[in-house]
Design a protein around this ligand. Structure first.
Ligand code: SF4
Ligand code: SF4
Length: 139
């Protein structure tokens, strides 16, 4: 379907919803394709999902309203991984560990790091290797 769009969203959901089959309903009831990047779902604790959803704009909108009606916080704009330009010393250590090129050195003459959050799949590899805590996760 050519009018499908893909959105990256984060869902924070409260303790009471952690065992609900959220993804099942998104697929079955709203005809969405789901690609989960990260998840933390622990019974009796708050949980989160970071996922791509693909489907029609209308279905995504309805699904978002349904999630919010359950008390789930839907974050469509923010990203889980943050790069702090002020902490980054441009050492380049993270670049070879980034599988998608979200962290890159576009200009070898300046060796400055670029972070493109739309390419980030939240694998967290950069966080493990950055010695300056310039990359962090909000989770
Ligand atoms: S979390 Fe993974 S994909 Fe995102 S910038 Fe870091 S290494 Fe790259
Ligand atoms: S490893 Fe950390 S300090 Fe080094 S370039 Fe990457 S984000 Fe910047």
């Amino acid at each position: 379907m050519s009018d499908n769009i893909t959105k990256k969203i984060m869902l924070y959901f409260p303790e009471c919803e952690t065992e609900s089959p959220i993804v099942y309903h998104l697929v079955k009831d709203y005809d969405l394709m789901i690609n989960i990047f990260r998840a933390k779902v622990t019974p009796e604790e708050e949980g989160y999902l970071v996922l791509d959803i693909t489907g029609s704009d209308g279905n995504i909108h309805q699904a978002t309203e349904w999630l919010q009606s359950l008390g789930i916080i839907v974050n469509e704009t923010d990203k889980g991984v943050k790069w702090d330009q002020n902490r980054c010393v441009q050492c380049g250590s993270c670049v070879p560990h980034c599988p998608t090129g979200a962290l890159s050195i576009p200009d070898r003459s300046t060796m400055e790091i670029r972070f493109e959050s739309n390419k980030c799949i939240e694998c967290l590899s950069c966080i493990k290797v950055c010695p300056y805590e310039a990359v962090t996760s909000i989770f």
